[in-house]
Design a protein around this ligand. Structure first.
Ligand SMILES: Cc1cc2nc3c(=O)[nH]c(=O)nc-3n(C[C@H](O)[C@H](O)[C@H](O)COP(=O)(O)OP(=O)(O)OC[C@H]3O[C@@H](n4cnc5c(N)ncnc54)[C@H](O)[C@@H]3O)c2cc1C
Length: 399
């Protein structure tokens, strides 16, 4: 077992860290950097994205022959953590949800023609994308097998009717991946925003800051999708989404670790100079215990994420590992940010730091891409099947 990085990844990490520290983090304290939904504004984003491209750090998760850096999950874990030390970071590098997960699945299963048409423009940053899966009751939420949106085949095309909601980025997306029920099971499709037969009913207001394009409720009324825009085989939709969500969940974790680290850095900086009752806050044992626990929780998260990343890079689905990482990192992000706010006193509750932004954003981590309880159910399924072997170490080629 080796707990070390390649030189190449370490060099990229340093370059990414320097870019985030030098160029992106300073933007967070300028009010003019934000759009109406508390994200980086589009003009500024376009400008920073140009600088990222020029620095050779653009879309590192995509293959080299598609203008990326060809990094696998291990390299991604290292870089995404650095990127999301800024609340604006991942989207500047084209590593933010949902484009990140959508690019991953298109690269993995789309045909060559589909990749040129649907994937390359997302990689280049020319268009944004969305994944439309979740539905209001009685449709599919935690249980996608309940999906009611229907695609009916007729004359070489599919006619789609139904309802989706909480579709991240739908307000600005041009390329959509849609999961619908066909008579042979769930099937994935691709459609373009300019096609008729669908509309955004509303942008759902949420608790925290929003991704570009918000979280939308979408109605399908006779959307026609040519069969050539079907993604994968008929009836394989659930499998496709599971492949997408496997790594997408983990990339959420990679990013959330970055936010957790930044929260703790802000707390450490404050307690290191603030004095009370005769000594610095940082010199109090009760404060040291809080910081020590938070630092350890972040490292537990990193180990779980890296183990899952390593397994995926080596060909495993790592389902229970991803589920454990997802629960752990979501909890850690919420707890560490809460601790950081507490240690900053009134300042923590203000908008003078980004802690309140992270705090409101963090709550979704326990819900999106599978609620905590659903991941506990998955972990228990593996535990039940493997009993004591659940806790095995891989030997040789065994993962
Ligand atoms: C900010 C945000 C962004 C999102 N982006 C997207 C997107 O881009 N595309 C998309 O398709 N969806 C998206 N979603 C939807 C998200 O994936 C779903 O909310 C999630 O899968 C849960 O589904 P649900 O809301 O229908 O919850 P439900 O299935 O109604 O479950 C409600 C609650 O019941 C509990 N529960 C559910 N199942 C179990 C179980 N088996 N055991 C114990 N308890 C259980 C959990 O506490 C759960 O939170 C987004 C949601 C949010 C909040």
């Amino acid at each position: 077992m080796e707990y070390k990085l390649s030189n190449e990844i370490e060099q990229l990490r340093i370059k990414t860290r320097d870019f985030v520290n030098g160029i992106i983090i300073p933007l967070e304290s300028e009010k003019s950097s934000y759009d109406d939904h508390e994200n980086i504004n589009q003009t500024l984003l376009d400008n920073i994205r140009k600088q990222v491209k020029a620095s050779g750090l653009w879309a590192p998760q995509m293959p080299i022959d598609r203008s990326g850096l060809g990094l696998g999950p291990i390299g991604m874990a290292v870089l995404y953590e650095e990127m999301n030390r800024s609340i604006f970071g991942p989207v500047c590098f084209n590593c933010a949800a949902p484009d990140d997960g959508n690019m991953y699945i298109l690269n993995k299963i789309a045909s060559n023609e589909q990749k040129v048409k649907w994937l390359d423009p997302i990689i280049n940053g020319d268009v944004r994308s969305a994944l439309a899966m979740t539905e209001p009751a009685p449709g599919g939420g935690s249980d996608p097998s309940m999906i009611k949106t229907e695609a009916v085949y007729s004359n070489n095309k599919w006619i789609v009717n139904g309802l989706k909601w909480y579709i991240t980025g739908a307000g600005v997306a041009s390329h959509f991946i849609l999961l619908a029920n066909t008579k042979d099971g769930l099937t994935a499709f691709l459609y373009h925003k300019d096609q008729p037969g669908w509309n955004i009913k509303r942008r759902i207001p949420i608790m925290g800051p929003e991704e570009h394009g918000g979280h939308c409720e979408i109605e399908y009324k006779g959307l026609e999708i040519p069969d050539e825009n079907r993604l994968g085989e008929v009836g394989q939709g659930l499998k496709i989404v599971q492949i997408r969500l496997g790594l997408a969940r983990l990339t959420h974790c990679m990013r959330w670790i970055g936010l957790s680290k930044r929260s703790l850095e802000i707390a450490l900086e404050y307690v290191s100079h603030r004095e009370g009752f005769g000594i610095k806050l940082a010199d109090r044992e009760s404060i040291q215990i809080k910081l020590g626990k938070a630092a350890m929780d972040i490292d537990i998260s990193r180990l779980l994420v890296m183990r899952a990343a390593w397994k995926i890079e080596n060909g495993s689905k790592a389902r229970q590992d991803v589920s454990m990482a997802k629960i752990q990192v979501a909890e850690t992000l919420n707890n560490v940010c809460d601790t950081a706010i507490q240690l900053n006193g009134a300042r923590g509750y203000s908008k003078d730091t980004i802690l309140e932004w992270i705090y409101r954003y963090a709550r979704q981590a326990k819900l999106v891409d599978g609620a905590t309880e659903v991941h506990q159910m998955i972990i228990n399924r593996f535990f039940n099947n493997h009993k004591s072997d659940f806790w095995h170490w891989g030997i040789g080629h065994d993962l």
